[in-house]
Design a protein around this ligand. Sequence first.
Ligand code: S3P
Length: 173
Amino acid sequence: MITLIGFMGCGKTTVGTELARRTGATAIDADAVVEERGGRTIARIFEEYGEPYFRDLERRVLAELCGNGGPGILCTGGGAVLDERNVEAMRAAGPVVWLRATPESISRRIAGDLSRPLLKDGATPESVAARLEPRLLLYEQTADVAVDTDGKGVEEICDEIEAALARLGKGQS
Ligand code: S3P
């Protein structure tokens, strides 16, 4: 299993879907499974039950997906790295790829998107940076490979991921 990590709006789901298409693997979006289990959108889960409840649900979903041998490609929520138990589960299940993006490009990509409760008051480069910076070390420590996504299309990003994983001897079979 290959796990994609990175901040909100860095393209995990888009890239994961394309990586899966290339190999015939299945891509699963952990946020979508959380919504299914919670019976609500992530925005509603945060609103009705708060972030700790969401994080608990997210941890259980990730443990289950990683423990199963996982799908071919696992797309995680941007905060998955905040819990050490998630980090262990993801790393045990296979290579972890960090999709890196600058606050400016993240802000452009998610401006006006109301589905992300942590940035519901606006995703300016400054507010993105304030949330991103404390996470940078966690993304870096969790990932086997980091790929810069700014200014690149999904094909180019997938090519780079495949090349980086092949160099590590961890390519998709
Ligand atoms: C979050 C990222 C979101 C979602 C939730 C919390 C975060 O996922 O899990 O809103 O803490 O960064 P995406 O990265 O897919 O937007």
